[in-house]
Write a protein that binds this ligand. Structure first.
Ligand code: ADP
Ligand code: MG
Length: 444
């Protein structure tokens, strides 16, 4: 069992995270429905508790439904009395040199991420203008600036650009940029070294605080609490705060309502998915930066085909250029098709949950908003279930992910919908035809 679970964790979290956190985790025993796991240090235990516990529980219970709880001990703890002392009060002598708390929290900035290199189009013009305003303004224009949008659409790029600009024009200002994940990591470290005072001081004395991918702290209660205090302290002192997330404040699950509301107090700017024009503009500018002549036919082809996000688009371009220079061939439409066939295929087949919701809502003549609403009348709930069913069939999204896209529903609701629709298809042939028709339309 444990071997299987470890293999899963490794696949899910990637080699680096696995090596640092999960590999050192060893299996101790199972009794009375309690799984005991063990790690070398208390610090690691706290980290695993906060990061991986939920996933561990899910994996264990799916392996063995009799499992009721998981306990993670560190090597120093006596096995019979697992550590339950709250992290805050654990006496832990800071053992000097090798792992002292760093006082420079900020993450390094990528120098390619500047305003100059950001191509502006309809989907990102508001976010861009807002970021520029924050970077250039003398007084805080809106607080916080909240940027949100899907992965690979330029949130991190804009945040770095703000930091670069301020560093250049006002070098005396103190800026902290970091991912919410790092924020949490630093916070947990500070707790460990009983050094929360300097942690708080660091964060509360900045002129500009930027936290990237804030959705990461959803459900992490103590980190969320600390973040909330830091946030309030800074906003109250009129210091600029910039936040990014993959969703709007109201849509992030697992954060408190008071926090959602405060996150939305300033300017909320969405970065929408790309348009053909923006993609083409980005390709042209990147090719030029790399000093590479690429036929416009090829760029148009890529802009048409690679629609998922900008990171993938860049990746495609890099691969194409690398290939052409390695084998010493010109870049043609044929080379592009050959070199990028896997990417092109993946982009072809990608049906989004949003598309499904839209099609299904149209088909049953209900409002798109009902896909997310709490209403349960049959006329609304049934189409919603059909959309969930199709999302499960036609996308690679997991049940919880699908649930989230339907107004933050639970994965069991999605599971129930899938079952229900399967059942109905079995008993009602005109309904089955209807669903099949929808599926064929979506698959194009
Ligand atoms: P996110 O943080 O939203 O996931 P990133 O900011 O990391 O996305 O962007 C992914 C890649 O795409 C980066 O290399 C970034 O430079 C590039 N990129 C995103 N938007 C633009 C844009 N408008 N113009 C040029 N490059 C962009
Ligand atoms: Mg990012």
């Amino acid at each position: 069992q444990w071997a299987r679970i470890r293999a899963r964790l490794r696949a899910e979290y990637g080699e680096t995270a696995y090596k640092s956190w999960l590999k050192p985790l060893t299996f101790d025993s199972i009794d009375n429905g309690i799984v005991r796991l063990r790690v070398p240090t208390r610090f690691m235990r706290n980290w695993i508790e906060s990061q991986y516990r939920d996933r561990l529980v899910t994996l264990w219970t799916s392996e063995n439904p009799a499992i009721e709880a998981i306990e993670i001990d560190h090597a120093g703890a006596r096995p019979a009395t697992p550590e339950i002392t709250p992290v805050m009060t654990t006496p832990e002598p800071a053992n000097g040199s090798e792992e002292t708390l760093s006082l420079d929290f900020s993450a390094p900035l990528d120098e390619r991420y500047s305003f100059d290199r950001f191509i502006v189009g309809k989907p990102n013009e508001l976010a861009f203008a807002a970021a520029r305003r924050v970077a250039e303004a003398q007084a805080v224009p809106f607080n916080p600036l909240f940027l949100y949008g899907g992965v690979g659409l330029g949130k991190t790029h804009l945040m770095h650009a703000i930091a670069w600009h301020i560093k250049q024009t006002s070098p005396e200002k103190k800026i902290i940029y970091l991912s919410a994940e790092k924020f949490m990591y630093q916070f947990i470290r500070a707790l460990r070294y009983k050094d929360t005072m300097s942690f708080k001081e660091q964060f509360r004395s900045v002129d500009v605080l930027m936290i990237d991918d804030v959705q990461f702290i959803a459900g992490k209660d103590s980190t969320q609490e600390e973040f909330f205090h830091t946030f309030n302290a800074l906003v109250d002192q009129n210091r600029q705060v910039v936040i990014s997330a993959d969703k709007s404040p109201a849509e992030i699950d697992g954060i408190e309502d008071r926090m959602k509301s405060r996150l939305g107090w300033g300017l909320v700017a969405e970065i929408h998915s790309t348009t053909y024009e923006l993609r083409l503009g980005i390709l042209q500018s990147k090719a030029e930066q790399m000093g590479c002549a690429i036929p416009s036919k090829v760029m148009e082809f890529l802009a048409h085909k690679i629609t998922s996000n900008i990171r993938e688009l860049e990746g495609a371009l890099n691969r194409l250029i690398a290939y052409a220079s390695l084998v010493g061939r010109d870049i043609t439409l044929e080379t592009a098709q050959e070199v990028l066939h896997d990417l092109l295929r993946a982009n072809d087949r990608r049906i989004t949950i949003e598309e499904i919701q839209k099609r299904v809502a149209e088909h049953y003549n209900i409002k798109l908003a009902e896909m997310h609403s709490a209403r349960r009348s049959r006329a609304i709930a049934r189409p919603r279930q059909v959309a969930m069913y199709l999302a499960k069939q036609l996308t690679t999204r997991s049940l919880p992910e699908i649930g989230r896209k339907f107004g933050g529903r639970d994965h069991t609701t999605v599971m129930h919908a899938v079952k229900k629709i399967d059942e109905l298809k079995g008993t009602d042939s005109s309904f089955a035809e209807d669903v099949e028709l929808l599926r064929r339309m979506l698959e194009g």
